[in-house]
Write a new protein. Sequence first.
Length: 272
Amino acid sequence: MQASRTTTLLSRTPLLLAAGIASAAFAGVAFASHSWGSYHWARTANPFTLKLGGNVTAAWDSYLSTTSADWSLSSVLDTIIVAGQGRKNCRATAGRVEVCNAKYGNNGWLGIAQIWAIGSHITQGTVKLNDTYFNTATYNTPAWRNLVTCQEVGHTFGLNHQDEDFSNLPLGTCMDYSNNPNPNQHPNTHDYEQLELIYAHLDTTTTVGASVSGASSTEEGEDRNEPKQWGKLIRGSAEKGVALYELNLGNGKTIFTHVIWADGEPRGNRGE
């Protein structure tokens, strides 16, 4: 795996250098910490392997494969795609991330990542890709599909956005919210560096691939596709751009929802 990491990184060196030059004007943004709090998967060794449950249709297979390969270039984690267990409602599975696509409706969001945590430890996650918008001319492009898949999976590791300005110069990373997805389809060097910082310490227990006590219940696993089910908005906008919601379940348990809104699209089913 290390050899493939090195080969792929070398093949992308010109792109990464170009992204670094382009982002120099935004050094305060591009090189700032972009973890979201101290949230991370508990594990006892690096690199650790995180399973991505493949609940996607054929139209999304190549994008999920690209995302998995991209993030596996990290020195601290690998991802592997396994048979999905999310079923119709993309239910979370302890110790892994379920990735799903469906026509979730005109509810305003293009993609969401939902992360369950106990204390600061991530215990399970889901990524949902909304075909109601991806089937439109605006978003039915390889660039948009790559960006959103890469970004939402990245959130499930504990990564935040590097930048949330929709109209400025792209930073060359999928963790950049931008109106130009073309340069932002993959992680960049700063994303890998941030993962190394997040996972610099080891834990005495693991939540990876484990059936974590208290990680989920029938109530917590209910389909949560509408903003009214996400709890309190703690960052971003409830209308446009990106947002982060927090739902406190008590006893140290929390569900976080990272949202990419579909710019300019109707919010007909928001249920607010």
